[in-house]
Design a protein around this ligand. Structure first.
Ligand code: GLU
Length: 619
C-alpha cells in the first residue's frame, strides 16, 4: 500500500488500490480532438499552454467538458508522453505546482526520480580508471535510471485536487497512441539526434527508427505498446507500475539493457547495467514540500523547493534584483543587473543546494538580508565572473572559492505546461526524462523511454572544494533546475510560467519574470524575447538575436561576451488579468513552436465577464 499526505492538510490519499471509476472507451469510438497551433491565446473560461498542439487540444477539451486545471494538466501530460516521448513520460519525473483557488494556497508535488538503494557515491566513477564516466557513457546505461515519479504524481494530483480518475485522464492519450499523430519536424529531428543510441536497443529502434531511419515529417506515428501500458494502468491503477508487471519490466531493462546484437551504427562506449530493482519501485514515495516563496516588488513568487534548485535560485536572483529600481535604470544597466543577480544565485545554488540541503540554508538563501549582502554592486559595473558563493550564517558555508558553471547543462529536453480553469485553479508542471531521449532504452513491450535523471548528480567531489551537496547516495534525488513558478498578486494568480532547458530553465524563467515585471513587456513578448543564460560563467550563453541586440552595450558595462546558442528553453505561461481575462502563451518558434488555447476566445470588443457564481467542481 502506498499512502501519502498532501501539503500540510490531513488529506491522506492512497494510490493504486482502487479500480478505475470509469471504463476505458474503445479508441475507435472517439474522434481525435481538433488541433490548434497558435502560440498566444486570449480569452476566458480556462486556458492551456504546452509545447504541442495535440496535448493543448486534449487539455482544452478536458476543461470544456467540465474538468478542472488538474484534470486537464494530467490529461495533457499523459498525451505529451505520446507526442513528446523524448522529453517526458511515465519513465521519468517532474515537479507539479498547484494554486488552489478555494484555499488560496500553493501546493507542490515532488515527483523527482530517486536513486536506487544500490547507489554509491562513486556510482559514476569507472572502477577501471578511477575517473568519472564520460557523460555519454553514464547516460546510455542502466546506472543513470532513477525510480520514476511521474505516474504517481498524476495519481496524487488527481486524488488531491482533480475531479477525474486516472483512467479517465489517460483516455485521450490512449486514443492518440492508438490512432497516431502526424510526425513534425521537431519529432523527426529529435530522433535523428538520437539515431546512433536508439539503434543500440531493439525496442527503441523498433519504435522510433522504422526501417532504420527517423520517421518522415507528416508520417503517422503510433505507439500501441504505450496505449496498452496506459490501458493496463487504467484497469489496475498505479500499482501495475510500482508493484506490478510494468515495474518488473523496468527493473529488467535497467539490469539487462535490451541491447541489439546487430546495431546498425557503432556506439563507442560499453552499455552498463544498473541496479534499480522492483523493491526500489515499490518503495518510491512522492514528497510534498512547501513551495519556496519570495516577495518581488509586491508579487508573491512561489516555486519548487529541493531537490530542485529552481525555486531558491529564481527567488534569490529576484531578491537581489529587487534592490535596484530596474524600471528606472537605463535598459542596458538593468539587463546587466539581471545577469549579475543570476550569476550570484548560481554561485550559491552550485555551492549549497541539493537534495537534503538544510531548511535553514534554503531560508537564508531566500532572505532579503542575504540578498543585501549579495547585491552590493553597481548597475553600471558588471561583476567579474565567475563570482564566489556568499557566506552563510553558522556552520553552513563561508569562504568558498569562485567556481564557474560546468558545461553540458543547456539541454533542450524536458517539457512544461501551464493550465488554468474557470474556477481560478492553476497548474504549472515541468516533467522530464532528462536528456532528449532519456537513457535511450524503451522498456520492451511497454512503449516508453527510461530516464537518465541520475546524471544530474555531480559524478565526483572536486578535490579541494567544499562538500558537494549533489553527490549520489541511495534514495537521494539529483538536483534539478526545473522551475515551475506561480506568481500571486494580493493572493490571486498573476502569472504562471515554466520551461525546459536543463540549468538554463532557471535563467529562462527569471528572464521572463524580468521581462514582464521590470521591462513591462506583454507576456507574449516576454516569452518570445531573445534569451541569455548567465550561470556564473565568463562565457555565458545567449541566442543570436540577444547577442545582436545587447552584447556590445553589455560588454561596455564589463559583462563577458556571449557564446551563441540557437535557442534557450521552450516556455509556457499564463497571465491572469482583470475580469478573469487569461493570456495563454507558448513559444512562437523555439522547439518548433508551442500551442496555447483558451476556452472562450476574447472578441475584439470589450471582454465579457464570467459568471461569478460558477460553482467550484466537486473534489
Ligand atoms: N534534468 C534537468 C533538470 O532536472 C532537466 C533537463 C532539461 O530540461 O534539459 O534540471
Amino acid at each position: 500500500m502506498r499512502a501519502y499526505r498532501v501539503g500540510l492538510t490531513a488529506a491522506v490519499v492512497t494510490a493504486g488500490l482502487a479500480a478505475p471509476a470509469t471504463p476505458v472507451v474503445a479508441a475507435e469510438q472517439v474522434a481525435a480532438p481538433p488541433v490548434s497551433s497558435s502560440s498566444t491565446a486570449v480569452g476566458h473560461g480556462g486556458a492551456v499552454a504546452t509545447v504541442d498542439a495535440t496535448a493543448t487540444a486534449v487539455g482544452r477539451d478536458v476543461l470544456r467538458r467540465g474538468g478542472n486545471a488538474v484534470d486537464a494538466a494530467v490529461a495533457a501530460a499523459a498525451t505529451l508522453g505520446v507526442t513528446e516521448p523524448f522529453s517526458a513520460g511515465i519513465g521519468g519525473g517532474g515537479f507539479f505546482v498547484y494554486y488552489d483557488a478555494r484555499s488560496g494556497r500553493v501546493h507542490t508535488i515532488d515527483g523527482r526520480e530517486s536513486a536506487p538503494a544500490s547507489t554509491r557515491q562513486d556510482t559514476f566513477v569507472d572502477p577501471a580508471t578511477g575517473q568519472p564516466y564520460p557523460f555519454g557513457e553514464a547516460r546510455i546505461s542502466g546506472l543513470s535510471v532513477g525510480v520514476p515519479g511521474t505516474l504517481l504524481t498524476w495519481e496524487a494530483a488527481l486524488r488531491a485536487w482533480g475531479t477525474r480518475s486516472l483512467a479517465e485522464s489517460l483516455r485521450p492519450a490512449i486514443r492518440v497512441a492508438d490512432k497516431g499523430f502526424a510526425v513534425d519536424a521537431t519529432f523527426r529531428q529529435q530522433v535523428r539526434d538520437n539515431a546512433a543510441v536508439f539503434a543500440q536497443f531493439a525496442p527503441t529502434a523498433q519504435l522510433f527508427l522504422p526501417d532504420g531511419r527517423a520517421p518522415e515529417v507528416g508520417s503517422t506515428h503510433r505507439n500501441p505498446d504505450l496505449a496498452d501500458t496506459y490501458r493496463l494502468i487504467s484497469r489496475r491503477g498505479v500499482n501495475a507500475f510500482y508493484e506490478g508487471p510494468i515495474g518488473a519490466d523496468i527493473a529488467a531493462t535497467v539490469q539487462r539493457p535490451p541491447v541489439t546484437d546487430t546495431p546498425t551504427r557503432p556506439w563507442p562506449h560499453p552499455i552498463r547495467p544498473g541496479g534499480l530493482t522492483t523493491t526500489d519501485l515499490a518503495r518510491y514515495e512522492l514528497r510534498f514540500p512547501a513551495p519556496t516563496h519570495s516577495d518581488y516588488r509586491g508579487y508573491d513568487v512561489y516555486g519548487m523547493s529541493t531537490p530542485s534548485s529552481g525555486g531558491t535560485a529564481v527567488g534569490e536572483a529576484l531578491n537581489i534584483m529587487e534592490r535596484f529600481d530596474l524600471s528606472r535604470t537605463p535598459p542596458a544597466e538593468a539587463l546587466s543587473v539581471h545577469l549579475d543577480a543570476s550569476a550570484l544565485a548560481f554561485a550559491d545554488r552550485n555551492a549549497y543546494v541539493g537534495d537534503g540541503t538544510h531548511p535553514r540554508v534554503l531560508r537564508e538563501l531566500l532572505s532579503d538580508q542575504y540578498a543585501a549582502t549579495r547585491g552590493e554592486f553597481e548597475p553600471g559595473s558588471a561583476l567579474p565572473k565567475p563570482t564566489a558563493p556568499g557566506n552563510l550564517a553558522g556552520p553552513y558555508g563561508s569562504g568558498h572559492p569562485a567556481v564557474a558553471a560546468t558545461g553540458g547543462e543547456e539541454g533542450k529536453s524536458t517539457t512544461n505546461l501551464t493550465v488554468a480553469d474557470r474556477w481560478g485553479n492553476v497548474v504549472e508542471y515541468t516533467l522530464t526524462i532528462e536528456q532528449t531521449g532519456g537513457n535511450a532504452m524503451v522498456v520492451p513491450g511497454r512503449g516508453f523511454l527510461l530516464n537518465n535523471e541520475l546524471t544530474d548528480f555531480s559524478f565526483v567531489q572536486q578535490a579541494g572544494a567544499p562538500p558537494d551537496p549533489n553527490l549520489p547516495a541511495p534514495g537521494k534525488r539529483p538536483r534539478s533546475s526545473m522551475s515551475p513558478t506561480i506568481v500571486l498578486n494580493d493572493g490571486k494568480p498573476f502569472l504562471a510560467v515554466g520551461s525546459p532547458g536543463g540549468a538554463t530553465i532557471i535563467t529562462t524563467v527569471l528572464q521572463i519574470l524580468f521581462n514582464r515585471i521590470d521591462r513591462n513587456m506583454p507576456l507574449s513578448e516576454a516569452v518570445a524575447a531573445p534569451r541569455a543564460s548567465q550561470r556564473n560563467s565568463n562565457t555565458p550563453a545567449a541566442e543570436p538575436a540577444f547577442i545582436a541586440d545587447h552584447e556590445s552595450e553589455l560588454v561596455a558595462l564589463g559583462q563577458p561576451a556571449f557564446h551563441s546558442i540557437a535557442e534557450l528553453g521552450a516556455a509556457t505561461a499564463i497571465e491572469f488579468q482583470d475580469q478573469r481575462r487569461l493570456v495563454a502563451v507558448a513559444e512562437p518558434t523555439r522547439r518548433g513552436g508551442g500551442s496555447a488555447a483558451v476556452l472562450r476566445p476574447a472578441p475584439d470588443g470589450p471582454y465579457g465577464r464570467l459568471d461569478d457564481q460558477t460553482p467550484a467542481p466537486p473534489t
